[in-house]
Design a protein around this ligand. Structure first.
Ligand code: AMP
Length: 186
């Protein structure tokens, strides 16, 4: 049986990059709700139209919309033997929905990548500049961080209480952090 993982971490912690590496190493699909939503926005689907302004503001898309996406995705055959969830669940209500729908074993390990917040703002703004992402203004970046701290960070306690938490220091190179994650997953 493959691993059923969740990657938790603040915006700017390098979550997407690490998720890609982990999924490749373990041969499991990388399921990113952010990627799925960005694709919906690009394709101008009904969901995309509903999500666009919310995402641009750095707020959370309504739970029912994202949950429907995830349930559909988890029903695909490639997710039958494991997956890496990236960006879902994002708040306690989503975590409860996931647990209530599939049981506690829906996540065997939640990996929390830890980076303190001033370092994050610095990284995100730097990335925005490099990629010419003018949508990443400082206000939006700070809002994303606030939303993370208010809504998502409590999930660390949620998975710790269920003895499914692995905490990893997220400061260092991509390779260093990846090494720590691999170690934590043993
Ligand atoms: P991410 O790439 O994970 O940072 O996601 C980008 C944006 O998509 C977030 O800022 C949210 O607006 C939205 N999003 C992604 N996942 C979720 C989720 N599980 N619940 C609500 N909104 C989400």
């Amino acid at each position: 049986m493959g691993r059923k993982l969740l990657l938790l971490g603040p915006p700017g912690a390098g979550k997407g990059t690490q998720a890609g590496h982990i999924a490749k190493l373990l041969g499991i699909p990388h399921i990113s709700t952010g990627d799925m939503l960005r694709q919906a926005v690009a394709e101008e689907t009904e969901l995309g139209m509903q999500a666009k302004a919310i995402m641009e503001a750095g707020d959370l898309v309504p739970d029912d919309l994202v949950t429907a996406l995830v349930i559909e995705r988890l029903a695909q055959p490639d997710a039958a033997c494991g997956y890496l969830l990236d960006g879902y669940p994002r708040n306690a209500a989503q975590a409860d929905t996931l647990t209530n729908t599939y049981g506690d074993d829906v996540i065997d390990t939640a990996i929390a990548v830890d980076v303190e917040s001033e370092e994050l703002v610095r990284r995100i703004l730097q990335r925005a500049k490099e990629q010419g992402r003018t949508d990443d203004t400082e206000d939006v970046v700070r809002n994303r961080l606030n939303v993370y701290q208010a809504d998502t960070e409590p999930l660390i306690g949620y998975y710790r209480d269920r003895e499914r938490l692995a905490e990893v220091d997220g400061v260092g190179s991509v390779d260093e952090v990846f090494g720590r994650i691999v170690e934590a997953l043993r």
